[in-house]
Design a protein around this ligand. Structure first.
Ligand SMILES: N[C@@H](Cc1ccc(O)cc1)C(=O)O
Length: 407
């Protein structure tokens, strides 16, 4: 069925809808060689995958359509390097959960998953060769540059742990160990990508191309935030949750910028319309008039500015479309005991609130913060390292990461 694409067509598809491409000549050279472009997208398995994940996944669909060889890296080790966002003993379970959810999400937008491979960070990052290369790399990067590289990705805190400096180095080295031509990510990864481009040649590896998606504002406008549950829709949220969150979502009439709902339509629902209609399309029903049928965002934005398209009619249309898109993911979850078990273990309920303790004086040493359990039960602050890492659980987690079944 698929007619062969020309090099130009492949290139156009690979680079479509991106905000920026670094070193496109690397992509050109591979396409000219006539082999598939090898590309990966990494995600740190920290919190829970949410609806924002549709955005990179739709781009992966385009890479695959262009004949690329696509890998998804479940960056389990990165998930705890970033300020213990995922406690070390839960990281492996979270990575498994991400794999299941992302698989279903890709299926929901018709991405042929047999042509894509998943890989865990801990599969290659714990080998002696990787360790040696990482140490070599650490001699070629200054503390200042490593810190700056991670500034938009790694959580910025006072007395930051050293792991935040290792994080960007490992992301750069992953390009070598995943044996790719290019890395894809949001434009928030730009500084890490620039570091990778700069530092890989300095340790004897080749420079890769970098492809960046624009950032999509959360439903509250601005960046999606994990501390504000209403800014994100969990992929397992019920239709009622979706309705509630969308009712509260930021959707100012006539304003196109920072409009969470309109942006979600642009980056997810319009492209996903291809599934239903064979081409990008989004339909907004109206009570007393013909439905508004959109095939590109320009037309929608014009109607938004002139108030033909209003929050009152857009929100219900987005709600229905999103619920429909999420339905197969939730059906897969409901149908699989394994899926449900992993979810339960990966996100245990938070422990009962601790009794009030006397607040110790800040001694100005490592991590001068109070211990506070996050909703998922992990701890940040003064004793975070002890609680999250130094326990038996932590050691077991290290073992499980090391001993991951390589099959
Ligand atoms: N930095 C990515 C995760 C990542 C980790 C390692 C990589 O090699 C690639 C990507 C994120 O923000 O989620």
């Amino acid at each position: 069925m698929a007619t062969a694409m020309s090099i130009e067509e492949k290139k156009a598809l690979i680079e479509s809808n991106l905000q920026e491409v670094l070193n496109p000549e690397i992509i050109d050279a591979v396409l000219k060689e006539g082999r598939p472009l090898k590309i990966y997208w990494g995600t740190a398995t920290t919190g829970r995958p949410h609806c924002g994940y549709f955005v990179p996944c739709l781009k992966l669909a385009e890479f695959l359509k262009a004949g690329c060889n696509v890998k998804v890296l479940l960056a389990d080790i990165h998930a705890f390097l970033d300020n213990l966002k995922a406690p070390i003993e839960l990281v492996k379970l979270r990575a498994e959960y991400y794999k299941l959810v992302i698989t279903e999400l890709l299926k929901a937008v018709n991405v042929p998953i047999d042509k894509l491979t998943f890989t865990f960070g801990s599969d290659h990052q714990l080998t002696p060769a990787y360790t040696m290369d990482l140490l070599r790399m650490s001699t070629a990067v200054t503390e200042h540059d490593a810190k700056r590289a991670g500034a938009e990705v790694v959580k910025q805190v006072d007395n930051a742990p050293l792991s935040g400096l290792i994080y960007p180095l490992m992301q750069a080295l992953d390009e070598q160990y995943l044996d790719v031509d290019a890395q894809f990510g949001g434009v928030d990864q730009r500084k890490i990508f620039a570091l990778a481009k700069d530092v890989l040649p300095r340790v004897g590896f080749k420079e890769r191309a970098h492809l960046m998606n624009p950032m999509v504002p959360g439903l509250q406008g601005g960046k999606m935030s994990s501390s504000d549950p209403d800014s994100k829709i969990d992929l397992l949220d019920t239709p009622d949750d979706v309705r509630k969150k969308l009712k509260k979502a930021f959707c100012p009439p006539k304003q196109v910028e920072e409009n969470g709902v309109l942006s979600f339509t642009e980056f997810v629902l319009l492209p996903a319309g291809t599934l239903k209609y064979g081409k990008p399309q989004f339909v907004v029903e109206r009570r007393d008039a013909e439905p508004l049928v959109y095939t590109d965002i320009k037309q929608m934005q014009d109607d938004w500015r002139s108030d033909v398209l209003t929050p009152q009619i857009l929100k219900p249309a987005v709600t229905d479309a999103l619920i429909a898109l999420m339905a197969p993911i939730q059906a897969a979850f409901q149908a699989s005991k394994e899926f449900q078990d992993i979810e339960k273990k990966a996100y245990p309920p938070p422990p009962a609130p601790e009794k009030k303790k006397k607040v110790k004086k800040d001694k100005g040493t490592f991590y001068p913060k109070k211990v506070e359990a996050k909703p998922d039960g992990h701890v940040e602050g003064e004793d975070a390292a002890k609680v999250n890492l130094g326990t038996e659980g932590g050691e077991k987690a290290i073992e499980t990461l090391t001993l991951r079944d390589k099959s």
